[in-house]
Design a protein around this ligand. Structure first.
Ligand code: 8DG
Length: 128
């Protein structure tokens, strides 16, 4: 099976990074993640990220360089996660399609239940 292509934003503000909590009724609900989502037809990763951040958080962002690419096999299938450095273009965030959001320092990330595929991303952040 080819992997599901997923984009995720490493959204940085004041040395903190944004994580969001997946709604309980979603697949893998209750886990924290970096905001983003699946690539739709004909979208570039940058377009997908901007759309997802608008849909989930009502937030406009600037998408920068790629930070990491993670391949992970879940029991239901593989994902390929494209993680991009991002900056918010405004202050306010609304929890439209997420249960909660939190701005965390890199050191706080291991205290949260992030999706298993995100482990290499956290490790890379901790090493920097
Ligand atoms: N956004 C995001 N998804 C991640 C991360 N880590 C990780 O394993 N994933 C997985 C969880 C999901 O299986 C998949 C993303 O799909 P999704 O269902 O959240 O995407 P979506 O918003 O397009 O979904 P949908 O409700 O519109 O169908 O990638 C992460 O840090 N951020």
């Amino acid at each position: 099976m080819p992997p599901l292509i997923v984009t995720a934003a490493l959204l940085r503000k004041d040395s903190k990074i944004l994580i969001t909590k997946r709604p309980a009724d979603k697949q893998q609900g209750g886990f924290w993640e970096f905001p983003g989502g699946k690539l739709q037809n004909n979208e570039t990763p940058q377009q997908a990220l901007k759309r997802e951040l608008r849909e989930e958080l009502d937030l406009e962002i600037e998408v920068g360089a790629i930070f990491e690419v993670v391949y992970h096999r879940y029991d239901w299938g593989p994902v390929l996660i494209l993680v991009y450095e991002c900056l918010p273009l405004s202050e306010a965030i609304r929890n439209l399609e997420v249960d909660e959001h939190r701005w965390l320092t890199v050191e706080q990330l291991p205290e949260y239940d992030l999706l298993p595929a995100d482990r290499p991303i956290i490790d890379k952040l901790l090493q920097q």
